[in-house]
Ligand binder design. Structure first.
Ligand code: BMA
Length: 374
């Protein structure tokens, strides 16, 4: 029998392609169980990023804006373009102490309600955790050296850290729809660890201790607390290489999303460098993510005050374009502090350009969120 070699090669290539596609669109090789809604969200985000769409989001956007707080169905983004973002960022710093509001004075009851509303609108919720240092009880920026070692197994503050995790888990376990279904949450603790401003930062603990910190967090929340509605996101700050990116990585069985935080700082003369750095790092991270069956994301970014003309299309868009990331999150618009705002708001000089940005077909907001759910 004559074997048709090229036919065999074609079969081989297409089956390889199929297995690669499956690997990427199924919930990845993590060690914990997840709900079907989490698997579904994962698959949707993976598909979306494969088609070059990017979800746009902002931190705390429906909780407050530059001149308002706790108003129903409002966001500065919506004030400007007519609809909310597709991605909603929250922070649960303070939950570990049993506080009723987070470090930015948003009540946890309100965060829960807003997460539910965002989910109802088809949006995606991501939570970070600026938690207090269990050793000193000071805030995240208390860079006491050695704290991580003391909260790990065998350390004097391990039980206290587990209590912090208990309180966090208690809150996370209340994030359900009216019919009792758990709302999928992208949980992103221990962020920006390649920097040195948090007590879990690179100079505050060894790589081994940081990895253990992550692994304990995931194991405790998923095994001990039996939470199944979480996707875990790993996010560095600026790195100089992929070796550095993965130096403190807890492992593929602990992480679903590979992220990076990078802010644009400085004037117009720094734009080119920011765009180049962000775009090339995000491209590299996305490639790694794909190979590992993971999703990638720009987990925090922004230019304070957005005071550069056409920043949205000329800087932000260029920094994420064709990188393969699933979403981008800009930081918050604190009440009464226009100087610290990362988003648009009524009357901002860059609004025309913001509207242009959110209307680019690849950018997903509440308006075209159905693309995510197809
Ligand atoms: C930081 C700043 C702080 C805030 C913290 C958590 O980047 O915005 O003011 O408390 O995030 O949201």
């Amino acid at each position: 029998m004559k074997i048709n070699i090229s036919f065999l090669i074609i079969i081989l290539i297409s089956s390889l392609q199929m297995s690669f596609a499956n690997k990427f669109t199924e919930h990845p090789n993590t060690k914990y169980e997840t709900t079907k809604e989490v698997k579904e969200l994962y698959r949707k985000l993976a598909n979306l990023s494969q088609k070059n769409y990017i979800l746009f989001g902002q931190e705390d956007c429906t909780a407050y804006g530059v001149d308002w707080k706790s108003e129903s169905n409002r966001s500065d983004v919506k004030d400007v373009c007519g609809y909310h973002p597709a991605l909603y960022g929250w922070d649960v710093g303070g939950i570990e102490l049993g506080d009723t509001q987070n470090l930015d004075c948003v009540a946890f009851d309100e965060i829960r309600m807003l997460i539910k509303e965002a989910h109802k609108r088809g949006g995606v919720n991501t939570i970070s955790w600026h938690l207090h240092n269990p050793v000193t009880e000071k805030n995240s920026w208390d860079t006491e050296e050695g704290s991580v070692d003391e909260i790990l197994e065998g350390g004097a503050f391990h039980a206290k850290f587990n209590l912090y995790l208990d309180r966090l888990a208690e809150f996370l376990s209340t994030l359900k729809t009216d019919d009792g279904t758990f709302i999928p949450i992208i949980f992103r603790p221990w962020h920006e660890h390649t920097g040195n401003w948090f007590w879990w930062g690179a100079k505050r603990c060894t790589a081994e201790a940081y990895i253990k910190l992550w692994q304990h967090t995931v194991d405790y929340l998923t095994n001990e607390k039996k939470l199944k509605h979480l996707l875990f996101a790993y996010s560095t700050d600026r790195v100089n290489s992929m070796e550095e990116y993965f130096e403190r990585y807890p492992g593929d069985s602990y992480i679903d999303i590979l992220g990076m935080d990078l802010y644009h700082r400085g004037g117009a003369d720094t734009s080119k460098k920011f765009v180049n750095d962000a775009n090339s790092l995000l491209t590299d991270i996305s490639k790694e993510a794909k190979q590992r069956g993971k999703i990638s994301a720009f987990t925090e970014t922004g230019l304070k005050t957005v005071n550069q003309p056409n920043w949205w299309t000329e800087v932000l868009l260029q920094s994420i374009k064709d990188t393969g990331i699933a979403y981008v999150l800009i930081w918050r618009n604190p009440v009464g502090k226009a100087m610290h705002c990362f988003g648009p708001y009524k009357g901002h000089e860059n609004n025309v350009n913001f509207i242009k940005f959110v209307n680019i077909p690849n950018i997903i907001t509440e308006k075209n969120i159905n693309i995510l759910h197809k």
